[in-house]
Design a binder for this molecule. Structure first.
Ligand code: IMP
Ligand code: MG
Length: 188
């Protein structure tokens, strides 16, 4: 068990299983990008641990850079504009792999992807540590997913609950509330 702020989390995916799966994703990327020079773009803060582990297993000539996303109210149909802070790389003609910690509703990435495409990369793929298929509301499809999980809050392996929990090497899931024992009225 792990207590983060006021909430109790229980072990969900072990660090061994995580490492195994991340290695498998890296193997797929190595096969798919053979002879290419992909540029990984990690979305901070959540992706930094996944991105580091994934990157270590890459054997193709790969580069990595990190950005932060800032969202503000804009005039687009979705209402929000998401812009990248710290994106200095020239993406023109590059094979870009976006690295995310989790795709929840997909809102962040769906708002950000147009900005990437606007920079005319040769290709864009998404590698995410987690997806929550039941929570998805926007049309974002990951190309590489380590784990599909149920629609519950998780912490660890880079993911936080209000800033804490990112340093847990395993993934933890929010503990179910104990059902309140009902008072059954005595039969009359
Ligand atoms: P989306 O825009 O709804 O896909 O939200 C994605 C972002 O929400 C992620 O990058 C996380 O920062 C955060 N998030 C969503 N679900 C979780 C979770 O279970 N634990 C920690 N952060 C989460
Ligand atoms: Mg995030």
């Amino acid at each position: 068990m792990a207590t983060v702020h006021d909430k109790v989390f229980v072990p969900f995916i072990s660090k061994e299983d995580i490492q195994q799966r991340v290695k498998e994703l890296a193997d797929s990327i190595n096969a798919d990008y053979e002879g290419k020079n992909p540029l990984l773009i990690g979305i901070l803060n959540g992706s930094f641990i996944f991105a580091a582990d994934l990157f270590r297993h890459l054997t193709v000539n790969a580069e990595i850079s990190f950005i932060k996303l800032a969202s503000y109210k804009g005039t687009t149909s979705t209402g929000n504009v998401v812009t990248a802070i710290g994106m200095e790389e020239d993406l023109h003609g590059r094979h870009v792999i976006i690295v995310e910690d989790i795709i929840d509703t997909g809102k962040t990435l769906s708002a950000f992807l147009p900005e990437i495409h606007h920079r005319q990369p040769a290709s864009v793929k998404i590698a995410t540590f987690l997806t929550k298929p039941e929570a998805l509301k926007f049309n974002v499809v990951a190309d590489y997913t380590a784990f599909k999980i149920e629609n519950k809050f998780v912490v660890g392996y880079g993911l936080d609950y209000d800033g804490l929990g990112r340093n847990l090497p395993d993934l933890y899931i929010l503990k179910e509330e104990e059902p309140k024992s009902e008072t059954i009225p005595a039969e009359a």
